[in-house]
Design a protein around this ligand. Structure first.
Ligand code: UTP
Length: 470
C-alpha cells in the first residue's frame, strides 16, 4: 500500500518542480485538510507538467498541402448485407461490448446533474442513460447474448452517476453487466504553468478528456476483464447523442472484415451540412486524422469539387469501434497512454496563493489539458471510416438553446421516428405543408429499426395531433 509522503518530502518535491505555492495555506489548515492536500499533491504529475504543456503548445497542425480527402464506406453500399451478417455473428459470439464516455463537465448544457441524467426524449422525457440502456437491452434480446456496458464517469460525477443507475435498478439489466469507473484528472494550470488552487486545501483539476478513456479502461481493469471474457471490440459513443446506434452490425462487420481494415479502430462520419458547420472532419494527413474545425485552413474547410460537393466533408460524430488489443497496445506507456495533450485556455476560479482571495476570473486565466480519443486513429494500422445518415444517427445535445440543443435533438429524434414509421408502411398524419401532425418517440425496446416496427405496429395507426410513445 502506498503511504502519503510527509509534508517535508512534499515540500522538497514542490521546490524541485517550482510549485511551492500549493502549500501556501498549510499553517491555516486543520489536520484533515492537510491530509487531503498531501494526498492530492502526491497524485499530481508535477514532474511532467512542463513537458505536457510544451507538447500541447507545439502540436503540429497539418499543412494544407499535405491534406487529402478520405473515402468512407457508405451505409447503403452494395455489400452491406454481407458485412452486417459478419457483425451480427460477432455480437452473437459475445465479442462486443458497449462503451460510453460520460465524464465531461457538460458546462454548455448547464444541467444540474451528470449529463446522462438529462431528460432527452421528445415524449417520455427519458434520461439519456436510459435511452442507451434500452438500446443495449434490445440488442441483448435480439441476439440472445449479454452485452457488457462500460461507463466512464469522472471524479466530479461518479457518485451521482452510480446513484442514478442504482435508483433506476440498473435499468433492468443485471448489475454485473455494467461497469462504472472514473477517468483521470489533470491539474488546471495558470498561463505561466503554476497549478491553480481551487481551495486552500485542494488543487484545481479537470477531467483528462475523452482520450483519457483508454487509460482509464486499462487502469480500472476493464481491458483485462474484457480479454478474459473474450470481448474483442468496444462500441464507443458519447453521452450526448440519443440517436446513436450503440450496436451497429454493419459498422462492426466493416471494422473486422473490410479489406483495408486492421480492426484496430474505425469511425463513423456524416456529411457536413455546409462548409461553415463547426465540426471536425476526417482527412488523410497522410494518416487518418480528425482535423478540428478551428485548425482547418480556409482552403481546406471551404474546398468544393467541380460538381460543387464539399471535398473535406466527412464530419466526425464521435462514434468509433476500438479493438481491445489495440487499447492495450496504446496504454503500454509510462504515462498511461500515447495520446498527445491538447490545451484550451479557459476561466477557472482559483484562490490567490498570496492574498488568499478566491477569484472568479472575468478573462480566461488557465490552461486545461485534455487528450482526444480520435487521436488514437493516428496510431491505428489502417483505420476505416463509415459514412452514415445524419438524422438516423446524430441528434447531439451540447448547448442549452440554439444549435445542438435539447430542442434540436428532439426534432431530429421525431424526424427519425416518422421516417421509420413511413418506411414500415405506417401512415403518419401530416399538416397541409407536409410536416407531421404528431410527436412520436420509439423506444429501442419496441423497435431497433423500421423492419422491427413493421412487425410490432401491424394494423396500428397514429392519431393526428397526438404525442405517441411507441
Ligand atoms: P464534450 O466535448 O461535449 O465536453 O464531450 P463536455 O465536457 O461534456 O461538455 P462542455 O464542453 O463542458 O459543454 C464529448 C463527450 O466526451 C465526454 C463527455 O461526457 C461527452 O460524452 N468527455 C469529455 C469525457 O468523458 N471526459 C472528458 O474529460 C471530456
Amino acid at each position: 500500500m502506498r503511504t502519503t509522503p510527509s509534508v517535508a518530502e512534499t515540500k522538497q518535491r514542490l521546490e524541485r518542480t517550482g510549485q511551492q505555492h500549493l502549500l501556501a495555506f498549510w499553517d491555516s489548515l486543520d489536520e484533515s485538510r492537510r491530509e487531503a492536500l498531501l494526498e492530492a499533491i502526491v497524485q499530481l504529475p508535477l514532474e511532467h507538467i512542463s513537458s505536457m504543456l510544451s507538447q500541447a503548445a507545439s502540436l503540429a497542425r497539418p499543412a494544407a498541402a499535405d491534406i487529402r480527402p478520405v473515402r468512407p464506406y457508405l451505409r447503403n453500399m452494395a455489400d452491406a448485407s454481407k458485412y452486417r451478417a459478419i457483425g451480427d455473428d460477432l455480437v452473437k459470439r459475445g465479442k462486443v461490448a458497449a462503451f460510453i464516455v460520460a465524464g465531461g463537465q457538460g458546462t454548455r448544457l448547464g444541467w444540474r446533474g451528470p449529463k446522462g441524467t438529462y431528460p432527452a426524449t421528445p415524449v417520455a422525457g427519458k434520461p439519456l442513460f436510459r435511452v442507451f440502456a434500452e438500446q443495449i437491452m434490445a440488442a441483448e434480446r435480439a441476439y440472445g447474448v449479454r452485452i457488457p456496458w462500460f461507463v466512464m464517469t469522472s471524479e466530479a460525477n461518479h457518485h451521482e452517476t452510480e446513484r442514478f443507475f442504482d435508483d433506476n435498478r440498473w435499468f433492468g439489466r443485471p448489475r454485473g453487466d455494467t461497469m462504472l469507473f472514473a477517468q483521470g484528472m489533470v491539474p488546471s494550470v495558470s498561463l505561466d504553468g503554476q497549478v491553480l488552487l481551487e481551495h486552500a486545501w485542494q488543487p484545481a483539476l479537470n477531467p483528462d478528456g475523452h482520450g483519457g478513456s483508454l487509460k482509464a479502461l486499462r487502469q480500472a481493469g476493464a481491458i483485462d476483464h474484457m480479454q478474459a471474457s473474450g470481448i474483442e471490440h468496444l462500441c464507443y459513443f458519447q453521452v450526448d447523442n440519443p440517436n446513436v446506434h450503440v450496436i451497429d452490425p454493419l459498422f462492426l462487420g466493416l471494422h473486422v472484415a473490410a479489406p483495408d481494415s486492421s480492426a484496430e479502430m474505425s469511425s463513423k462520419c456524416v456529411l457536413k451540412r455546409d462548409v461553415t458547420e463547426k465540426v471536425g472532419v476526417f482527412v488523410k494527413a497522410p494518416r487518418l486524422t480528425v482535423l478540428e474545425y478551428s485548425d482547418a485552413p480556409k482552403e481546406i474547410a471551404e474546398a468544393r469539387d467541380a460538381s460543387g460537393e464539399i471535398v473535406y466533408g466527412e464530419g466526425s460524430i464521435a462514434i468509433h469501434i476500438i479493438g481491445v488489443e489495440f487499447i492495450r497496445k496504446l496504454t503500454d506507456h509510462p504515462l498511461g497512454s500515447v495520446l498527445p495533450w491538447h490545451r484550451a485556455i479557459k476561466k477557472v476560479p482559483f484562490v490567490d496563493p498570496v492574498s488568499g482571495q478566491r477569484t472568479d476570473p472575468a478573462e480566461p486565466n488557465a490552461i486545461k489539458l485534455e487528450s482526444f480519443v480520435f487521436d488514437a486513429l493516428h496510431e491505428a494500422e489502417s483505420p476505416i471510416v463509415l459514412r452514415t445518415d445524419r438524422v438516423e444517427e446524430f441528434a447531439p445535445i451540447k448547448n442549452a438553446s440554439g444549435e445542438d440543443s435539447p430542442a434540436t435533438s428532439k426534432a431530429i429524434q421525431v424526424e427519425r421516428a416518422v421516417r421509420w414509421l413511413k418506411e414500415a408502411g405506417i401512415p403518419v398524419p401530416c399538416h397541409a405543408n407536409g410536416q407531421p401532425d404528431c410527436v412520436v418517440e420509439i423506444s429501442p425496446l419496441t423497435a431497433r429499426s423500421p423492419e422491427d416496427l413493421r412487425r410490432t405496429m401491424q394494423g396500428k395507426s397514429i392519431t393526428a395531433g397526438t404525442e405517441v410513445l411507441l
